[in-house]
Design a protein. Structure first.
Lengths: 420, 285
């Protein structure tokens, strides 16, 4: 592209003809996926979303873990942000207003997704279908069925997926956490787990309430608002829905729960062995939810089939959770014979970093099923809050039981031309 | 029906929002009061629902939002009535809302009403939503609401199919795919040959969703001849179809799809497809 600044017109006229002369040869062209690549390997990356968080995952999950990356292409529906991509990642970056052009490129190994969350699932699925490995910002999805569709696509094509949070990498180094993990994964507790984990605070409940008085505003000329809204409803533009504050609206994210639960639940799930499970009963304390804007909540109690209780206590609004005290799972929860059996079981495998996982073609520590199950917790909590009632959930079918309306939030049909 | 003074007084009891514009100022007590208020409004039945709808106002650029409380109130009603276990009450609310779409109310208000039908509506409103499929401004919203409702939606979408064009056709075909409507099999096959690439993708996805083995060859042909985004999507549809066929016990049909993909995706940049197809082929034997 001769003119490196971007406007809507220049993209319409020139995007199709754009060519790249950059010289990183993707691994696929070099004969697929070698069992072991040199540690100095540079990943050829594409960025989807060029806002504040763009590229952070490349630093956190590639560079921080000893490998390197080069950004070859970037996409954003805000032309101003897109134009900054070259300044941030170099002149070689080819710019696209439509993220699908990044996924189509054959010279990209890794796609890093840092859009608002209502786009995450579709970008992840397309990247997997195109044979890319994936770094996805949290929260992984906006509703539960999106997560299952991402898992299916990633597993179908055996892509490496790492969610944009790393709490479990620290948690798995703690002796206490490793012991709890081992107990929980052993199956020796059967369905008699007495653990109560209370996540107290860490959710900016009050800050994350949307504006119910947001007057429609003219769409900025540098923004493709239709593309921004994407699979969600096409709402009148308001600046609060664009940029950081999109978090406060159901269409784009889902409030403090959606924004922070992936961080908090990532280590919880590893420690308590819940990477392939979801709660079966969900109850919350909150006022009636607004149809479009996130509103405050006090706490959510989530029970698992094995007896484990998880509590998300906002600790900001309304009464504190006081139904049960927190209680760790302990070795003494097992009888003597079970303790012996536990001692004979192997320790948990170390978690692979993203570069290690790519090289070995194995799951990364923050793998897709774990990430999906972690954010499912937030989605279930939000469903209970939005409907103002207790939800029963089937973690295998991934459906609410006996609540058709809850299932309308589990799977939310998309605006054309998008689908899962 | 204009809102009665009593209804206006009830709706007005919904708290004002906080100074900043959000409802951060709600308390557990005001939340509980809002639920009681909704129950009280529901006692007034259809008239009260219609009255609230009359209080809705079209949002306009630069003008203050004039219907914050009724907007909120209608949603609380729509949600709350689905949790009462009283299906007649739920259907009555849905029918009252449905009676106000399709007329001359501003489209922005109708879109909101359709959204709320997607919350509380059932089979009783699918015909009304079906008529909106012919309205270019409301088609996408109506199709999404129908897909959320499910019960009775496939029939309505199928009936609309011969009458819709362009983007509306895409909405209808896609939502038939969402609903796994086997009666739409011919429509999915036909869509594969459409000039609109999005419709071709919708057709492929629909074929996969209903596990239509008879369309496998057409799907593979369409995928083989496609490039870039279209090729990615149609090949994935073929892979999904094969998986669905395995799940349905049709392993030979699935194996044929896998074998074709394994044989044809030989470019190094499509190695992930070849590998996935070879794994599928091994599992389908």
């Amino acid at each position: 592209m001769a003119d490196q600044s971007v406007s809507r017109r220049s993209f319409l006229q020139g995007a199709a003809a754009a060519a790249t002369a950059f010289a990183i040869v993707p691994r696929s062209v070099l004969g697929g996926e070698p069992a072991k690549a040199p540690p100095s390997e540079t990943f050829a990356c594409g960025l989807i979303g060029c806002g504040g968080q763009a590229g952070e995952d490349l630093n956190s999950y590639i560079k921080h873990w000893g490998a390197d990356f080069k950004v070859l292409a970037a996409a954003d529906c805000h032309y101003g942000r897109l134009n900054n991509a070259k300044k941030r990642w170099g002149e070689q970056v080819e710019l696209h207003t439509d993220w699908r052009r990044v996924v189509e490129r054959k010279d990209i190994d890794v796609v890093s997704i840092a859009t608002p969350p209502h786009w995450h699932a579709l970008c992840c699925i397309a990247a997997a279908q195109a044979g890319k490995d994936i770094l996805c910002e949290k929260p992984m999805t906006r509703f539960i069925a999106e997560g299952r569709a991402v898992v299916t696509a990633v597993k179908r094509y055996r892509r490496v997926f790492q969610i944009g949070t790393s709490g479990r990498f620290g948690a798995c180094k703690s002796g206490t956490s490793r012991q709890i993990h081992k107990i929980m994964r052993s199956g020796l507790l059967k369905n008699n787990c007495q653990g109560v984990f209370i996540q107290k605070g860490g959710f900016p409940v009050k800050r994350y309430c949307g504006l119910v008085n947001a007057k429609p505003e003219p769409v900025p000329k540098e923004l493709d608002w239709d593309m921004y809204c994407g699979p969600g409803p096409l709402r009148p533009y308001h600046h609060d829905r664009f940029g950081w504050n999109h978090r406060f609206y159901w269409d784009h994210e889902g409030g403090a729960l959606a924004d922070f639960a992936q961080h908090h639940m990532d280590p919880f799930q590893w420690i308590y062995g819940k990477d392939d499970a979801s709660p079966v009963e969900i109850e919350s304390l909150a006022p009636p939810a607004h149809p479009e804007c996130c509103t405050p909540w006090a706490w959510v109690e989530l029970k698992y089939a094995d007896g484990m209780t998880l509590v998300l206590d906002g600790n900001e609004w309304g009464p504190r959770y006081d139904r049960k005290p927190a209680r760790h799972v302990k070795l003494e929860d097992l009888d003597a014979e079970s303790q012996k059996k536990l001692a004979e079981l192997p320790d948990p495998e170390p978690l692979l970093t993203f570069p290690e996982a790519v090289r070995q073609r194995k799951e990364s520590g923050g793998h897709v099923e774990a990430a999906h199950r972690a954010i499912t917790i937030a989605h279930l909590a939000n469903i209970s809050i939005r409907l103002g009632r207790k939800i029963k959930y089937d973690p295998v079918k991934e459906e609410a039981i006996g609540d058709d309306v809850a299932n309308r939030l589990v799977y939310q049909p998309m605006r054309e031309p998008w689908h899962l | 029906m204009p809102a009665s003074a009593e209804l206006k007084a009830l709706v007005d009891q919904i708290p004002d929002h906080a100074k900043g514009g959000s409802y951060v100022n709600l308390t557990p007590e005001t939340g509980e009061a809002m639920r009681k208020l909704a129950a009280e409004i529901l006692k007034g039945g259809r008239d009260n629902v219609l009255g609230i709808i009359e209080m809705l106002a079209e949002p306009k650029e630069g003008q203050p939002i004039a219907d914050i409380k009724p907007h909120y109130a209608l949603h609380i009603l729509a949600v709350q009535v689905t949790g009462t276990g009283d299906d007649k009450a739920r259907a009555d609310v849905a029918l009252a809302i449905a009676s106000q779409v399709g007329g001359d109310k501003p489209k922005a208000i109708q879109k909101y009403l359709v959204q709320e039908l997607g919350v509380c509506g059932g089979k009783e409103v699918t015909d009304t939503l079906g008529k909106l499929l012919l309205d270019a401004d409301l088609c996408d919203d109506a199709a999404r609401a129908l897909a959320a409702i499910k019960d009775g939606a496939p029939e309505v979408l199928l009936a609309a199919l011969p009458k819709v064009k362009d983007r509306a056709r895409l909405s209808v075909v896609k939502k038939l795919a969402v609903l796994k409507c086997e009666k739409a099999a011919d429509a999915f096959k036909q869509a594969l040959g459409d000039q609109d690439p999005d419709l071709r993708i919708a057709g492929g996805w629909g074929i996969a969703r209903i596990a239509d083995a008879s369309a496998a060859d057409a799907l593979l042909k369409a995928a083989d001849g496609a490039k870039d985004w279209l090729r990615i999507n149609l090949t994935d549809a073929a892979m999904s179809l094969a998986e669905a066929l395995v799940a349905a016990g049709k392993k030979p049909e699935a194996a044929a799809i896998y074998a074709h993909i394994a044989k044809t995706r030989t470019d190094p940049t499509e190695k992930h497809l070849k590998d996935a197809a070879e794994r599928g082929l091994a599992a389908a034997k």
